[in-house]
Design a protein around this ligand. Structure first.
Ligand code: PEP
Ligand code: MG
Length: 938
């Protein structure tokens, strides 16, 4: 039997498509959704998609295509021609196509699109005869030359012209010259004859600049455009975008070749971009922009500021502009119906591109729309309320990083009210930001590297500016609408951004802008309100506002209904504990006692700690510890009070000792005097404390074993504080945690002390017992491997994944800066293991510890308190291996609540997928029962 040929080309058009929405990996987002729109009966110009596999093969085989491709493209093109009733390259009835990129994940503006492919001196005359619109045809032709020579003949060919010498720029100059010579301002004022002449000027210029003639053959144009799209996948800006977004190079892009329809055929034609809901606020109304007599690039490139699509979407800046709803009422109605159909079909907010050709509507693209954090939260909540999506889907609709945006600062409203606005634009990215003004992406990168906060101010942005936009706190542009490049990219990142602030006049060479009577120079401070679109001079103060946002609170509560992991916080002061509690923390997973010596009001206890460290005898040490005791008790008590009703895990002291010894002579003198010794003796004692490798030195439990009086003091502070709170009617629940454990005997040693002090405090306060737990950190590989033994005494485990990573890799936490960046760049490690758990090895150690610990003590409570406890991927891993809780810094608590919920949903969905078939008939009754149960729970 002959081997079946692989399918590389997927047709779509008329009433049927070869592909469907689920085929994004193969057809890219654009190709898959075009197919889906055809399948649900929407008007889509016919075309075909060349798969991502061709892109991968193209790069693997030295930029050669699979041999079957040519025939498959020919066959698909024939079908398109049949459907559209026109022929590609035909001298009487020519078909034109657009060639567009489409990766699996959307990469707005990062790759190439070429329109009007197939036009030459012959086909254009046929098109004029057919449409009777010479001006439009010549305009399309000159646009093709401009776009194609830039994208295909220059960029894809690897030519890197000097600044301002690129072919596109040179052609634009010719256009300007032509306008000047005709005494007109707008492109649209040039006549058909002018444009016809311009085409010949363009062709001559292309030959002069690039040394090769512009291709006349339509088929050559099409293949050139296809290759350029594949080339653009490996272009600098696409690579750098993928790096930021974590998109693998191996995915490749698909190419969609689609029949052209024209929005620039006169006043009954138009083009636009729209969202099924407002992507900046999440509000549920059809939101978009359109331009009459224009092609899609005019809207997206921000060259002309577009009109609002409907009346409800008008703002004070756009009030005076005509909406599509009033200008083309019938077509608008049809479009509005389609957007409802699409949202109901996809169960999500979509972003659509459409073109109206002489009154006839065509859908050119649809995809799940990018949205900022606040909008994502609002849409998820609303769609859940509207019964469009389940609560599991709702919690999956917000990226953990987007939640972060809700936690982002806003301008202090009191100050903002009294500040005068110097400019207004469109509110494209949320929140407030303040920084120094720079006028180029390169400067933004350079200044940010020096640690300066910058605001990038540009006429408009383009994909070349991507790194500068990333480095900036916020972006301000003079031109463009809500779907311009700057707005799309900033929204995707949740970055503060204002676009289309038309009143600012930028002087790039002299690096300043003017607005009204104000001049703002490079380096001057500027403040933006990206939610309102207002610009202020100077540095306005910022505040955080998330906890009071009702959407945020409601969304978090949805997450809590779904998640299984508990979320605690790492906090060591009453203030941090209160903050974390407001963010939803359900206890403290790590109270680092040594932190009371760093922060506010730390001077007195720090002095006493130093005294304790530099003590030489038990008596000296005891006397210093006695003085330290009231400070420790206060801090412990205040923190438990702030977390009342929830557990607080107190870790016994774990400081690198020598770090606490003062280096300044005056401080050493004071310390010596307090200890009643000479400076020389103190210096000698300090010298003895020096360690070659303090991270593996005299720290953690080792300290408690060698100096039991330290553990005694801390444990007494904890139990006495608990006893006092109990007497006050509070509900404290302390957990005492031993750090840096490697052997079960270490814990046994400390338990003797803990139990003795417990009994002493009970006697002092007349209590029978004080409820508490005693457990250990698992942060040394030996502890993980002997967890079964350790669990014989420890009542809980908490993974210290900072140290576990350090000890597991043998990478010093403090010294990775010199080599880790190179490891990441060379892809020796896929990511920084101190940020995301290395599941292959450190994760394996954790799994061994979980299994070992629970083999001895089945109800062993296990958590994580290393930095990874707030990182979404690591949280998912913790969920998978059956931890009870994660603990992270206060500001990451909401993110951890969301990530835990998403981990639970993933598990649920994977489980459903697995059991779906066998369950169907056999256990009908049981299924019913379960459904009832869950329904009752709600
Ligand atoms: C850890 O090692 O992960 C941990 C939480 O402890 P520390 O960072 O204080 O060493
Ligand atoms: Mg540690």
């Amino acid at each position: 039997m002959a081997k079946a040929t692989k399918k590389y080309v997927y047709y779509f058009g008329g009433k049927r498509a070869d592909g469907k929405a689920e085929m994004k990996e193969l057809l890219g987002g654009k190709g898959a959704n075009l197919a889906e729109m055809v399948n649900i009966g929407l008007p889509v110009p016919a075309g075909f998609t060349i798969t991502t596999e061709v892109c991968t093969a193209y790069y693997k085989n030295n930029k050669k295509y699979p041999k079957e491709l040519d025939k498959q493209v020919k066959d698909a093109l024939a079908k398109v021609e049949k459907e559209m009733g026109a022929k590609f390259g035909d001298s009487k009835n020519p078909l034109l196509v657009s060639v567009r990129s489409g990766a699996r994940a959307s990469m707005p503006g990062m790759m190439e699109t070429i329109l009007n492919v197939g036009l030459n001196n012959v086909t254009r005359e046929a098109l004029i005869a057919k449409t009777g619109n010479a001006r439009f045809v010549y305009d399309s032709h000159r646009r093709l030359i401009q776009m194609y020579s830039d994208v295909v003949m220059e960029k894809a060919a690897g030519i890197e012209p000097a600044e301002g010498m690129g072919v596109r720029h040179q052609l634009e100059k010719e256009l300007e010259k032509m306008k000047q010579s005709r005494g007109v301002k707008a492109d649209t004022e040039l006549t058909a004859d002018d444009l016809k002449e311009l085409i010949e000027i363009y062709k001559a210029k292309v030959l002069e600049v690039l040394g090769v003639p512009f291709p006349e053959s339509p088929i050559e144009q099409m293949w050139g455009a296809v290759a350029a799209v594949f080339q653009s996948w490996m272009g600098r800006r696409a690579i750098s975008y993928r790096k930021f977004e974590g998109i693998p190079d191996e995915w490749g892009t698909a190419v969609s070749v689609q029949s052209m329809v024209f929005g620039n055929m006169g006043d009954t034609s138009a083009t636009g971009v729209a969202f099924t809901r407002n992507p900046a606020t999440g509000q549920n109304y059809f939101y978009g922009e359109w331009l009459p007599n224009a092609q899609g690039e005019d809207v997206v490139a921000g060259i002309r500021t577009p009109n609002p699509i409907n009346e409800v979407g008008k703002s004070e800046h756009t009030e005076h502009l005509p909406s599509l709803e009033t200008a083309m009422a019938v077509t608008y109605k049809q479009l509005n119906k389609i957007q409802h159909t699409l949202e109901n079909h996809y169960h999500d907010m979509l972003d659509v591109e459409f073109t109206i050709q002489e009154g006839r509507l065509f859908m050119l693209q649809c995809r799940v729309g990018k949205r900022n954090g606040p909008a994502a939260v609002k849409m998820a909540l609303d769609m859940h309320k509207e019964r469009l999506i389940s609560k599991e889907d709702a919690v999956s609709r917000v990226q953990p990083s987007q939640l972060d945006e809700l936690l982002h600062p806003i301008i202090d409203p009191a100050v903002e009210k009294t500040s005068s606005i110097i400019a207004k634009g469109l509110p494209a990215g949320p929140g407030g930001a303040t920084g120094r003004v720079v006028f180029s992406a390169n400067d933004a990168v350079a200044w940010a590297k020096e640690g300066k906060k910058v605001i990038l101010v540009r006429e408009e942005t383009n994909p070349e500016d991507i790194e500068g936009m990333r480095s900036a706190e916020a972006i301000l542009t003079g031109r463009g609408g809500m779907t311009s490049h700057a707005a799309l990219v900033a929204r995707g990142w949740g970055k503060c951004c204002i676009v289309g602030a038309g009143s600012i006049k930028i002087n790039y060479p002299e690096k300043y802008f003017t607005v009204g009577g104000v001049t703002v120079k490079e380096g001057d401070w500027l403040t933006l309100n990206g939610s309102k679109g207002t610009v202020y001079q100077g540095e306005l103060p910022m505040i955080k506002a998330a906890e009071e946002n009702p959407d945020f609170v409601a969304f978090m509560s949805l997450c809590d209904q779904v998640r299984k992991l508990k979320v605690r916080t790492n906090a060591d002061t009453p203030e941090d504990a209160a903050k974390a509690r407001a963010f939803g923390a359900e206890g403290i997973g790590l109270f680092r006692t040594e932190h009371m010596f760093y922060g506010k009001n730390a001077e007195a206890p720090l002095f006493l700690l130093r005294k304790m460290i530099c003590s030489n005898t038990v008596d000296e040490r005891r006397s210093a510890l006695d003085e330290l005791f009231p400070f420790a008790k206060d801090n412990v008590k205040g923190t438990m009070e702030a977390m009342d009703g929830y557990p607080v895990t107190f870790r016994t002291l774990d400081p690198p000792l020598h770090e606490f010894v003062p280096t300044r002579t005056d401080e050493r003198e004071k310390l010596a005097a307090s200890l009643g010794i000479s400076l020389e003796e103190l210096n000698e004692r300090a010298e003895l404390l020096h360690e070659s490798n303090p991270m593996m030195g005299h720290r953690g439990v080792r300290l408690g074993i060698t100096y039991p009086e330290i553990t005694e003091m801390q444990v007494r502070a904890i139990f006495e504080a608990t006893a006092e709170l109990l007497a006050e009617g509070k509900k404290p629940f302390p957990e005492i945690m031993i750090p840096v454990t490697c052997h079960v005997n270490e814990i046994k040693d400390q338990y003797v002390i803990i139990n003795r002090i417990h009994d002493e405090v009970c006697a002092k306060f007349g209590l029978k017992k004080i409820a508490h737990l005693t457990g250990t950190m698992i942060e040394i590989p030996r502890a993980a491997l002997t967890a079964d033994k350790i669990a014989e005494v420890a009542q809980f485990f908490s993974f210290g994944t900072n140290d576990l990573t350090q000890m597991g890799f043998g990478f010093s936490r403090d010294d990775i800066g010199s080599f880790l960046p190179v490891y990441l760049e060379k892809k020796i490690l896929p990511e920084d293991p101190f940020q995301s758990i290395d599941q292959a090895a450190i994760g394996k150690l954790m799994q061994i510890a979980v299994e070992g610990g629970r083999s001895t003590r089945p109800d062993l409570k296990i958590g994580i308190c290393g930095e990874h406890g707030g990182e979404p991927k690591s949280i998912e891993f913790c969920h998978k291996i059956g931890l009870n809780y994660v603990s992270c810094s206060p500001f990451r608590v909401p993110i951890a609540r969301l990530a835990s919920a998403q981990a639970a949903v993933k598990e649920l969905k994977a489980g459903k997928a697995k059991v779906k078939k066998p369950v169907k008939k056999v256990v009908k009754k049981v299924v019913k029962k379960t459904v009832k149960k869950t329904a009752r729970k709600k």
